[in-house]
Ligand binder design. Structure first.
Ligand SMILES: [Zn+2]
Length: 432
């Protein structure tokens, strides 16, 4: 059992035939009970093609949720340290992590650990996924925010690691608007991984499908079975449930594991249980792997996959009406930040207004800032900590809106000054 090195995902060709492609078996609208999965032969591999289960080690990290950002910051540091330690202990172990913001935190405070990560990325065992600045809410932010997520995220990864992510990754976003395939594909992200909405919230023709937006752009999308993280030490039950989701003609599948939400990542017990279960006669072949390796494998199979041309909705729709002020501040900040570069561009007559805006500090990056903040829009519950986060968000939103509004104001002033100068420099005709 060995982790397949992450190589460049070859371009995933759009299948001819569109919606006429014969669909895979319809996904069961309700999760298969563990007992049911255990009862029968798992997957399509019996007596024919062996099935490979790609084990995706990850540690879903909410940088802000029931805690404020300093705690999220420490989550990232401790989780990444743990993943690096597991790589030393288990030479075949692989780990996948998104969010350029997290990597930048490590770079700023622990350069030695950052170099370790760079070495593991080069080795192919640490997979950079997502390609965005953070994993944001995928409904509320405007289009410019999503584009800039990829612009800054992929640029950072290319500068620091010499690679860009090939797999979009928003494991816990509460729905995904239908224009994302276009934004993903044009950002170099050929595939996409998500969890919500679940099968009980939106029926899909399969866990693996082409997701298409209105312009015809497609990404190969995979809905994570059951959970992106695991809480038990032994993964047998989780693995059997995931294996029960494999339908014809798939011979590759993914199972996500590792302690998550507040970080953590794969534990020694998790890894040991995968090693122990590999080779079990009623389970697929298990391999420590990456999402990129999985999509490379399925792209090479040439299966006719169904096409989904739709939003991926709805999950927890109540979150989009709760704490409406946060959404209001986000949109105000986005609008102000969109106006600011245009105003500066016109007033200083130079094509570099964004650079000037970025010059202040991390917090004043234009649209990623909106998207970063939008990552906390999912207001699941109201508790003391969340209220503090809420107030903190308000301050940051106002800071960004004020900063952008100030830029718009100074831009307008410069335009006025330039008009005045042009007026007084104009040759005048004498009266005599
Ligand atoms: Zn989350």
């Amino acid at each position: 059992m060995s982790g397949k090195p992450v190589s460049n995902l070859p371009p995933l060709p759009a299948r001819e035939g569109g919606t006429t492609s014969p669909p895979l078996a319809t996904e069961d609208p309700t999760p298969a009970p563990a007992a049911q999965a255990q009862a029968g032969r798992i997957g399509p591999g019996e007596g024919s093609t062996p099935v490979t289960m790609h084990m995706i080690g990850n540690a879903h990290i909410d940088p802000v949720w029931l805690w404020q950002w300093p705690e999220g910051f420490h989550e990232v540091l401790s989780t990444f340290r743990s993943a690096l330690d597991r790589m030393i202990e288990y030479p075949d172990f692989c780990f996948s992590a998104s969010s350029a913001a997290f990597y930048e935190w490590v770079e700023q405070v622990d350069p030695a650990m950052f170099e370790e990560i760079r070495a593991r990325v080069a080795e192919g065992r640490w997979e950079i996924v997502g390609g965005w600045w953070v994993e944001p809410d995928c409904n509320v932010p405007g289009g410019e925010s999503f584009v800039r997520q990829a612009l800054y995220g992929q640029r950072y990864f290319r500068q620091k690691f010499g690679v860009t992510a090939r797999v979009g990754f928003n494991a816990d976003s509460f729905g995904h608007h239908g224009m994302l395939p276009q934004i993903l594909a044009k950002s170099g992200l050929a595939a996409y991984v998500f969890l919500r909405p679940g099968p009980h919230e939106k029926g899909l023709p399969g866990r693996l499908f082409w997701w298409e937006s209105d312009d015809g752009s497609r990404v190969l999308a995979f809905r994570i079975p059951f959970e992106y993280c695991t809480w038990g030490q032994d993964l047998e039950n989780h693995l059997r449930r995931c294996a029960g989701e494999i339908k014809e003609p798939l011979t590759h599948f993914m199972s996500f594991y590792g302690v998550g939400n507040h970080g953590g990542g794969p534990t020694r017990d998790n890894i040991e249980s995968i090693r122990r279960l590999n080779g079990a006669p009623d389970l697929p072949r298990l391999t420590f792997s990456t999402t990129t390796a999985f999509f490379e494998a399925v792209a090479g199979e040439g299966w006719p996959l169904p096409v989904v041309h739709d939003d991926l909705q709805h999950h927890a729709s109540g979150c989009y009406s709760a704490h409406s002020a946060v959404k209001h501040w986000n949109r105000r900040a986005e609008n102000a930040l969109l106006r600011a570069p245009a105003s500066l561009n016109y007033s200083i007559n130079k094509p570099r207004p964004v650079t000037r805006l970025r010059g202040h500090n991390h917090a004043t990056r234009p649209a990623p800032a909106c998207a970063i903040l939008a990552s906390s829009v999912r207001s699941k519950v109201v508790r003391g900590v969340w209220v503090r986060c809420y107030m903190e968000r308000e301050n940051v939103y106002h800071e960004k809106t004020d900063s952008a509004s100030g830029s718009v104001w100074s831009g307008a002033r410069n335009i006025r000054l330039r008009q005045q100068r042009q007026f007084y420099r104009r040759p005048r005709r004498g009266n005599h």
